[in-house]
Design a protein around this ligand. Structure first.
Ligand SMILES: [Zn+2]
Ligand SMILES: [Zn+2]
Length: 244
């Protein structure tokens, strides 16, 4: 055992020499495989703080409010969910390098922070599986990996919860959501997800995503899962916008 562990450590050190780990915030080399972020960069992060919407977890400005205006207006298909960081300028840049510049190691940091902030809540949901929000196969081919799956895998390993990457598939190639308003987003996502196979034994699942904006993507994914017989769908997201 001791020998195996030292072999693993040597391997981690070697791979860190070849591909040194970079900080998810400043993108400089952190100086160690186990060092996930620079100390100075930690201070610029904006973690989501209470009070938050009881449903979607967006930060609220009014202490007495229970739900954000979004969740008051619309019934979501998912049960509830939480995020770790505000989707500010810093996190926008971080997520963009993660997705488009192949900074796969950032997943370690995001998974660690998700578990630190919401690990206890996640366990209380007693999920049978974690399910990363899938990409359409054409986008997957272009990018080479699903960012949400990398984060889900690391969380699953740490928690001993299975990660289902093949169950939910994105069958519709949706246009970028950024330019669309809320109802157009929902229209865009109609029937975007399907399940592979119809013998779903999972009762409670947690969807893993990178950015929560209006929740329309998670609602569409949750709808497909609920139709297939899943009883409760929760989510965890790396970033989230403000709830006002
Ligand atoms: Zn840094
Ligand atoms: Zn909300």
């Amino acid at each position: 055992m001791v020998r195996n562990r030292s072999v693993t450590q040597v391997f981690a050190k070697l791979s860190n020499l070849i591909y040194p780990r970079r900080c998810p915030i400043c993108d400089e080399i952190t100086g160690g495989a186990e060092k996930l972020i620079c100390d100075s960069c930690r201070t610029v992060l904006q973690p989501v703080r209470e009070p938050v919407c009881m449903k979607c977890g967006k930060p609220l400005s009014k202490e007495e409010a229970e739900y954000c205006p979004d969740c008051l207006r619309r019934k979501h298909r998912y049960e509830k969910g939480r995020a770790v960081f505000l989707y500010d300028r810093v996190m926008r840049a971080s997520i963009s390098r993660f997705k488009y510049h192949n900074r796969r190691e950032y997943a370690d940091f995001y998974a660690e922070e998700l578990l630190r902030a919401h690990g206890r809540m996640l366990r209380s949901w007693q999920p049978d599986a974690l399910i990363p929000v899938p990409l359409h196969k054409s986008r997957m081919r272009k990018r080479g990996f699903n960012q949400a799956a990398l984060v889900a895998e690391r969380m699953g390993e740490r928690l001993g919860i299975p990660v289902e990457e093949k169950l939910l598939i994105r069958v519709k190639k949706t246009s970028p959501q950024k330019e669309l308003n809320d109802s157009a987003r929902r229209e865009n996502l109609k029937n975007a997800f399907q399940l592979c196979g119809n013998d779903v034994k999972l009762k409670r699942v947690v969807l893993i995503d990178d950015i929560y904006t209006t929740g329309s993507t998670l609602d569409a994914a949750a709808a497909a899962l609920l139709t297939a017989g899943v009883e409760k769908v929760y989510f965890l997201s790396i970033c989230i916008g403000r709830g006002f």
